[in-house]
Design a protein around this ligand. Structure first.
Ligand SMILES: C[S@@+](CC[C@H](N)C(=O)[O-])C[C@H]1O[C@@H](n2cnc3c(N)ncnc32)[C@H](O)[C@@H]1O
Length: 310
């Protein structure tokens, strides 16, 4: 399979100048959050875009740090839950640096094919670099809510690994999933399920969130409910409106063993909750984290599986 077209989707990060560098955009967002602006709508989209641009491989490389608890295995277990068959066509929505897309391609084999989509040109560039020896993978630039260039009924299954909490419009996304799946096609997705934290981990995360709240007061406003996908009423309504079947769920858990500050910081420094903070906020975050170590953090993941009725 060869690349047969250019990226077409124009992204709409209205409030920030497209001309500035990703780091400059991130700095501007940090300043606005420090001044108390609420993190939602276009500002949240802009933050996600800036983070993806500044550090496109963060998810893949952070999962790789969790080897003992099967960080990279998360991709395989999600994809295998879709019941893949060799030779199938798969769409990876929000592919980032392409780890999930490569895992899809490995599973469907050389007779199958995988298309990875992401709105971030920087993520796609990295994904292409890391996928150079995969003849059956291509990438397209597109947001999940508008999968430009992705054909109707073209895919046997679709994957969205750690993405649904970032999309601006879940209903539009699920409608697009329905459109691109063949009848009977499957859809699997994963989200971090912070609503499922163990009490001992809630203490640590509460202390870290308090740092975020001090340095970026409006940052937590819109984010908490995203951890509950697909449980809240609007999320359930989005699945219904899309005509995808109501999702089944499965719990997953990743274990982050944090023995010392440097090791813990290697993980947290690349998370959005830290990247959104000013220098002072990041320093305090690191200090608070360091004081609570050693700590073994269990990170709950929710896997979802749905399908287009066939
Ligand atoms: C946490 S990363 C996950 C990347 C990859 N799926 C993985 O698991 O390694 C989230 C990705 O979602 C992408 N993203 C953000 N908003 C999106 C949207 N509206 N539609 C599709 N992808 C989006 C980001 O650019 C980023 O690459």
């Amino acid at each position: 399979m060869t690349e047969a077209g250019q990226a077409t989707e124009a992204t709409a990060d209205a409030p920030l100048g497209e001309a500035s560098s990703p780091q400059a955009r991130l700095n501007e967002i940090r300043e606005r959050l420090a001044q108390g602006e609420r993190l939602r709508g276009s500002l949240e989209t802009a933050l996600n875009r800036a983070v993806a641009a500044v550090d496109p491989a963060a998810t893949e490389e952070s999962l790789a740090l969790l080897q003992g608890s099967g960080g990279m295995e998360l991709y395989r277990s999600l994809i295998l839950w879709a019941g893949p068959v060799e030779g199938e066509r798969v769409l990876d929505i929000g592919c980032g640096s392409g780890a999930s897309t490569r895992a899809c391609a490995d599973i469907v084999g050389p007779e199958g094919s995988a298309v990875g989509t992401d709105p971030s040109p920087e993520a796609l560039e990295m994904a292409r670099e890391r996928t150079s020896d995969y003849p059956n993978v291509i990438y397209r630039r597109a947001g999940a809510e508008n999968l430009v260039g992705i054909e109707d009924r073209g895919y046997d299954f679709a994957v969205a690994s750690l993405v649904l909490d970032q999309v601006g419009d879940l209903e539009a996304t699920l409608r697009e999933v329905h459109r691109v799946l063949r009848p009977g096609g499957r859809f699997v997705a994963s989200v971090m399920a912070f609503d499922q934290l163990r009490p001992i981990d809630s203490g640590l995360m509460g202390a870290l969130n308090a740092v975020v709240a001090r340095h970026a007061p409006g940052a937590l406003a819109g984010r908490a409910s995203r951890a509950t996908i697909p449980h809240e009423r609007p999320d359930r309504a989005a699945f219904e409106a899309s005509n995808l079947l109501r999702p089944e769920e499965r719990d997953g858990m990743l274990i982050l063993e944090m023995h010392d500050e440097e090791q813990a910081w290697n993980f947290f420094a690349r998370t959005t909750m830290v990247l959104m903070l000013s220098d002072a906020g990041r320093n305090e975050f690191r200090e608070v984290l360091g004081r609570r170590l050693p700590h073994t953090l269990s990170l709950p993941i929710r896997l979802m599986r749905s399908r287009r009725p066939g």
